[in-house]
Design a protein around this ligand. Structure first.
Ligand code: FE2
Ligand code: FE2
Length: 271
């Protein structure tokens, strides 16, 4: 069944360092790549991975090189959009020549996967942690959506507009996301918005738009819904998200979490 993976917020740092002094993000991505490669033969039809931003922690050339070296072992092609921890210039240089990387302007692209189209949008506003979709981003979204007719669309962004309940993260969401959701509500086909940034698996529904935030392979943001709670990371198990379109229920798009690591089992229920 046609499908794709979402890997998000890998936050790669320079060799010999830990993100925030605590999180070995490179080791987490290495484990994620091994986990995915081991599972691919059981999934079938996985066409690509979509990396929804914060590939690196500081946007340096060295961090992108390290990210690419680890991801070169992934047995899938991948596409990426930037997050608030990325820098457009070094990211463009790192992926120059990839068919999804534009020569200039926002890092945005379209990819058809089975019965749906994924539209990757660039919500990075350099110098800010919150997200902003530029006029060029809206123009790309409008022209791509209008070419789809009723075809299902998946909109990939780093910053979600949907709130997570975590105060500090919600202050840095996609601040002009209301305008984006308005556009998505008007699309004649089904729409899913998939994002990163919060390092947790969160789902919500805004009108006809199903919104999902994917977990990171490395650290999570601490689940704390108290007002003005301290923004904190926690080393909960990492994961990536698997999206599939089962052929026998046309129009259905399911998502499933694949925890990073190896676990005891599987065992037949009734051997
Ligand atoms: Fe992040
Ligand atoms: Fe982020």
């Amino acid at each position: 069944m046609p499908s794709f993976l979402q890997i998000t917020d890998t936050h790669i740092v320079a060799d010999g360092t830990l993100a925030y002094g605590r999180s070995d993000t490179a080791a987490a991505l290495e484990r994620a790549v091994e986990t995915i490669n081991a599972r691919l033969p059981l999934l079938g039809g996985v066409e690509c991975a979509i990396v929804t931003g914060d590939l690196t922690d500081h946007g340096s050339e060295e961090e992108y090189d390290r990210f690419k070296a680890i991801m070169s072992r992934l047995q899938l092609p991948y596409l990426a959009i930037p997050g608030n921890h990325d820098l457009r210039g070094p990211m463009r240089v790192a992926f120059a020549g990839e068919d999804w990387m534009p020569m200039q302007g926002p890092i945005q692209w379209r990819r058809d996967i089975g019965a749906l189209t994924v539209i990757g949008l660039d919500t990075l506003l350099e110098g800010a942690h919150y997200g902003h979709l530029s006029d060029a981003g809206f123009a790309f979204l409008d022209s791509t959506l209008s070419s789809l007719g009723p075809r299902p669309a998946v909109i990939a962004t780093h910053h979600p507009w949907m709130l997570s309940g975590i105060d500090a993260m919600d202050q840095d969401n996609l601040r002009n996301g209301a305008r984006l959701i308005e556009r998505l509500q008007a699309h004649p086909g089904p729409v899913r918005m998939i994002s990163g940034h919060v390092h947790r698996a969160i789902t919500g529904q805004i009108g006809k738009v199903t919104c999902q935030i994917g977990p990171a392979p490395c650290h999570a943001v601490h689940l704390d819904h108290r007002r003005q709670a301290e923004n904190a990371l926690i080393l909960e198990p990492g994961a990536v998200t698997v999206y599939c379109q089962p052929a026998t229920q046309p129009g259905l798009l399911i998502s499933d979490l694949l925890p990073v690591g190896s676990f005891a089992g599987p065992w037949p229920f009734f051997p």
